[in-house]
Design a binder for this molecule. Sequence first.
Ligand code: GRF
Length: 194
Amino acid sequence: MSRVKAAVFASGSGSNFQAIMEQEDLACEVVLLVCDQPQASVIDKAAAFGVPTFVFESQHFSTKADYEQEVIKRLKTAQVDWVFLAGYMRIVGPTLLQSFSQKIINIHPSLLPAFPGKDAIGQAYRAKVHTTGVTVHYIDEGIDTGPIIAQKEVRIQADDKQDNLQKRIQKAEHLLYPQIINQVIREQATSSKS
Ligand code: GRF
């Protein structure tokens, strides 16, 4: 049976992209990487996995709706069904949100609703909380506010340095995200059959 098709959106190093690609029983085929940063190392990772990439620069478009229309065109051409945000540093606008309603998922490095937005790991570290973690959630029009699908806790040790904490959070992300991607795809396939 052919797998559903997915796109990953990323702007940075792509360690989550890599974890998704390395998941042995991945329930989808990643057919496109969408990236808004021409220098991002995730682009090389996609090439290594043979995944086509669409790179755009927002300043070459007049509005967010304009570049999202272009992104949607690429997604439709590639017959993408699911979108997984993995370090995509742009807020998804209504154009894309409406076109892929309930089909866009994000991973965020905190236990939402705590520490939304940028530098979530630094925010938690500076707040001296005992436990932080990672969250996989559907996206909506807010910043890291959409319905939560799954979370994984990461303890902050008394003598932790922020970069150790970051490594443990990344490890948790790399375990959780591919698993949850499989879960949501399988759940939706089952519910659309019944
Ligand atoms: C991850 O921490 C993810 O939770 C956040 O951005 C970071 C991306 O890291 N949204 P990478 O590019 O996957 O290494």
